[in-house]
Every structure is written in C-alpha cells, then in structure tokens.
Design a protein around this ligand. Structure first.
Ligand code: NAP
Length: 279
C-alpha cells in the first residue's frame, strides 16, 4: 500500500511537486486550486511543506486567502511521521520534536540546492531583461557573493556575453571565481561597482549601504536575490534614484514545474523510493 502524503501550502511549484509525487504516494494537497479534499485524510504518513515553509509564524501559502498557523499543519501528520520543509525555525522544530516527527530539511539536500541555484540564475536573467532596456551581452555585471547562487549567476550571465566581476570575501572563493574565468575582487571593490550596469547581490546581510550605492552609475539595475534581510539599503537606493528589485522564490515564478519536480525528487530520493524515469 502506498504511503499517504500531504503537500500543504506553497506556490505553483508545490502543485507540480504534488503531481510528480502522485506516482509514488497517495497524495493529498491543501493550499492550491485543484486541492484534493483533506477531510478524506485523517493524518498523513508524510507532510511536505514548501521549499521555504514559513512566513512569520504562518505556513507560507501565497495561493490561499486565509493564514494558517504553521504548527497547525502538524495536526495533519501522524505522530512519528516524516516532515519535509525548508527554513524551519527553532520554535517550529521543537514542536516537531514534541510530536516525534522526523524532520528533513530541503536545504540539507545539496543536489536540490545547487539545481535550485541554477533555476534562480535563469530567473535572474529574465528579471534583468524585463527591468532594463539594454542587452546582457556586452554589459558589466557585478555579482556579490560566490556561493551557490552567486556562482550560478556568474556562469549564466557570462554565458550570455556579460563581463562578470565577482566580489567575494574569502580568498578561496576569489581564486575559484578567477579559475572559472571571471574578474574577482575583495568585498566590495569600488571599481567593480563603478563599472557595473547590473549588480546582483546574493549576500543576505547589508552589503550595499549608502556609500556603496553612491558609487553606482546612472541607469544601473540592482537585483537583490538574497533572502531577508536582503543586502541593500533600500531607503538610500530610493533617495539616490537607483532601481532595485528583490526577487524571492524566483524558480517558483519562472520555472515552477522544474522547481516542483526537483522538490518532489528530493522527497522521493529521501524516502528511499527508486525513481522510475518513465514516470
Ligand atoms: P551560500 O551558498 O551560502 O552563499 C552565500 C554567499 O554569501 C557566500 O559567498 C558567503 O561568503 C557570502 N556572504 C555571507 N555573508 C557575507 C557577508 N557578511 N559579507 C560578504 N559575503 C557574505 O547561499 P546561496 O545558496 O548562494 O544563497 C544566497 C542567498 O540567496 C540566500 O539568502 C538564499 O536564501 C537566497 N536565495 C534566493 C533565491 C531566490 O529565488 N531569490 C533562490 C535561492 C536562494 P562565505 O562563503 O565567505 O561565507
């Protein structure tokens, strides 16, 4: 008999995740248009929350009109069941521990995180093209941070013909960036900022303050990909007339099917189910 699995909350990628999971589990959903009624389900063996599961104390469920306290989602998981989610906070985790739930964090799946970073970089390209009136090819792109998302952005923008400069605080990251064919500077070299047509920030702490922003040239576009608290002083950017966009959950917007299938495959792999390529 198939295990029961409830996919709860999230954006369109979770609809696709549910679609993919249905080949292996008896899937119920809650939080999107074609949800299977959960009153038919007493409690699930497995509960799958969104890639970024929480928003304050609530379940991250942008497609739902009402707010669901995150802990109440656990009422739908069997005592001792398995919970998948990402970015879970201490309070939520201790509640999971009380219910003896096994917690598997999407962020611990390096393969998923790396593939998600590539989708994020593709989404960054779409955002930059939409928000600017110049081509990526031939432009100067300054990438701040050289972790998974920074590296994926450097690769993707460089492949499109941009001149990419990476700013990274660690020597090893700068060496890696140079080995991959980019200019690399200490954090944050003023020259790279002055030259930039586009700045892509991937560092989730304030790195683009008033001083750094004032170095940017007219017409620059700043894309802050980092999670909250982001890396930009938005107030100063506004005063200086600099166009800045944040772009949370990009893969959910630009490639929800691919991103959803990746999430599903992370669950399938972790549950020890053999993935059938025909499915
Ligand atoms: P990561 O692999 O941990 O990389 C983070 C990078 O930031 C590293 O290079 C790190 O340098 C650097 N860094 C951290 N604090 C710094 C500081 N104070 N000064 C200078 N550099 C600093 O993380 P990631 O997977 O690339 O994700 C980056 C951000 O993007 C996260 O906030 C993540 O949540 C977000 N994200 C957003 C989307 C989206 O759709 N917008 C998608 C995926 C991820 P060290 O190696 O020296 O620590």
């Amino acid at each position: 008999m198939k295990k029961t699995l409830l996919v709860m909350g999230g954006d369109r990628r979770m609809e696709y995740a549910a679609e993919r999971l249905a080949a292996y589990f008896d899937v119920y959903t809650y939080g999107f248009s074609a949800s299977r009624p959960i009153w038919e389900l007493k409690q699930a063996d497995i509960l799958v929350l969104p890639y970024l599961s929480l928003s304050g104390g609530y379940l991250n469920a942008p497609l739902l009109s009402q707010k669901i306290p995150a802990v109440s989602a656990l009422d739908l998981l069997k005592y001792g069941g398995v919970l998948y989610g990402g970015g879970l906070d201490e309070g939520f985790l201790s509640y999971c521990a009380e219910r003896c739930a096994t917690v598997r964090d999407f962020f611990d799946d390096e393969e998923l995180t790396l593939k998600n970073a590539l989708l994020t970089a593709e989404g960054a390209v779409e955002t930059v093209l939409r928000e600017t009136d110049f081509s990526i090819s031939g432009s100067n792109v300054s990438v701040l941070g050289f972790g998974r998302v920074g590296r994926a952005c450097a690769k993707t923008f460089s492949a499109l013909g941009a001149g990419v400069t990476v700013s990274a605080r660690s020597h090893s990251a700068r060496e890696a960036a140079r080995a991959e064919g980019y200019r690399a500077n200490d954090f944050i070299a003023h020259g790279a900022l002055k030259r930039a047509d586009v700045v892509i920030n991937t560092v989730p702490s304030l790195v683009l303050g008033a001083g750094e922003l004032s170095l940017l040239k007219k017409g620059v576009f700043v894309l802050d990909l980092a999670s909250k608290p982001y890396g930009t002083d938005f107030e100063s950017a506004k005063e200086l007339g600099i166009k800045v966009e944040t772009a949370p959950g990009l893969p959910g917007k630009t490639a929800p099917k691919t991103a959803g299938y990746l999430i599903a495959e992370s669950v399938i792999k972790s549950e020890g189910v053999c993935i059938d390529e025909q499915n």
